[in-house]
Design a binder for this molecule. Structure first.
Ligand code: SOE
Length: 389
């Protein structure tokens, strides 16, 4: 069995999700290549060592440059904060590595474009982890739309609602710093909505947005926590620092195919822990998806007999459903983690077939172009056309 050696850069939330996928993908998929969890990379050696041991990595390393240069590593997987994506990806491309990168691709579309230039220059395969595309309900939405079951698409209205920083005393973590994250709820959450919209509706033409930072400064954080102890043990300093990103960003969009969209990302929707929801309306029907009920897809068809028309809830766990058959018998639902297993399975199968995986860095760049157009629109208080690189 051919093996592909993985070097994973980053061991926190997304590092854990990707580790879970590499470790368990072979339980559910009969793959042409097997992922080998070779080396886990991070900065804090204590927490990194615990993570490498618990997640099942053979080794750990605190210097990503050494990982990228290793001759025995085939895939470099980047799950660091966005400001580090570009340097790692360009260095990995130079070494001829396959690159798998978390979203958003970069902190800006300029950086994203340099990443695309690097993978083209060095001719390496590249993928971005828009994992929600790999949920069965999203796969079914794509199938229904592709088969014309919704007809001509008129609308998408999408929200991504979280509430983890509602407390003004929540400290100034990296996701709240522009120089690290690039943006706040916008690049973190609207990135997913933009990708889903590109996947299911089409390409964006122009946008107009608005944003807000509700809490302008927060307690500084001294990084003293470990993987085991988590945030609660990190010391909150008395001093406060300025929040330099958006807490919420909303925008309207017109698509190249004439459809209209409304999008909302916020981290201040009390009670919504990971509340991604969207509805798509077409000439022949509608679909509704709710991430907190991710095994279900609501579907309405104008072609149902008149007295039987209404939204039906499809339990997307049948073997005939996309991305569902490799897990459990019908009705034995799946969760958030399986979207990463499906993502990694697609990645490995594409590589084995000599094809570039999907979604890829071009998808990441197009998403970043929309993100940047919204940010420009907010600054200039006017509609902005998407600037394609
Ligand atoms: C934000 O908290 C976040 O972790 C995103 O960064 C992920 O992409 C999303 O899947 C879950 O929420």
């Amino acid at each position: 069995m051919k093996e592909l050696n993985i070097g994973l850069i980053g061991y926190k939330f997304m590092g854990k999700a990707h580790s879970h996928a590499y470790k368990d993908v072979s339980i559910f998929f009969d793959l042409p290549v097997r992922p080998v969890m070779k080396v886990l990379c991070g900065r804090a050696e204590g927490a990194l060592k615990v993570a490498a041991d618990r997640y099942g990595w053979a080794e750990y390393e605190t210097d990503w440059r050494k990982v990228v240069k290793r001759g025995d590593i085939d895939i470099i997987d980047i799950t660091t904060p966005p400001n580090a994506h570009k340097d790692i990806a360009i260095a990995a491309a130079k070494e001829g590595k396959i690159i798998f990168c978390e979203k958003p691709l970069a902190a800006t579309s300029k950086d994203a474009y340099q990443m695309v230039e690097a993978v083209e220059k060095y001719g390496v395969k590249h993928a971005i982890c828009f994992n929600y595309r790999k949920l069965p309900a999203i796969g079914l939405a794509k199938k229904l739309i592709n088969e014309g079951k919704l007809g001509k698409i008129y609308h998408i209205r999408a929200v991504y609602l979280q509430d983890w920083i509602l407390d003004p005393d929540f400290p100034l973590v990296w996701r709240l710093e522009k120089k690290v994250a690039g943006s706040g709820s916008h690049g973190d959450l609207n990135a997913h909505l933009i990708d889903i919209a590109r996947y299911l509706v089409g390409e964006f033409e122009e946008v107009v947005g608005m944003g807000e930072t509700f809490i302008k400064e927060r307690p500084l954080l001294k990084e003293t926590g470990t993987l085991e102890t988590g945030l609660k043990d990190k010391q909150k300093a008395k001093e406060k620092g300025k929040v330099t990103v958006d807490d919420a960003t909303l925008f309207l969009a017109r698509f190249e195919n004439g459809a209209l969209g409304s999008f909302e990302a916020t981290r201040f929707a009390a009670g919504r822990r990971n509340g991604q929801r969207f509805e798509i309306n077409g000439s022949k029907g509608s679909i509704v998806f709710n991430l907190e009920r991710l095994n279900e897809l609501e579907f309405y068809s104008t072609e149902d007999t008149e007295y039987a028309q209404g939204f039906r809830t499809i339990n997307v766990t049948e073997g005939c459903h996309p991305y569902a058959g490799n897990f459990w018998p019908a009705g034995h639902i799946i969760g958030y983690g399986e979207s990463f297993i499906n993502m990694v399975a697609d990645l490995l199968v594409s590589i084995a077939k000599g094809k570039n995986p999907s979604p890829d860095f071009y998808d990441g760049l197009k998403c970043q172009e929309v993100l940047d157009a919204v940010s420009e629109s907010i600054k200039r208080k006017r509609w902005v056309k998407i600037k394609k690189h």
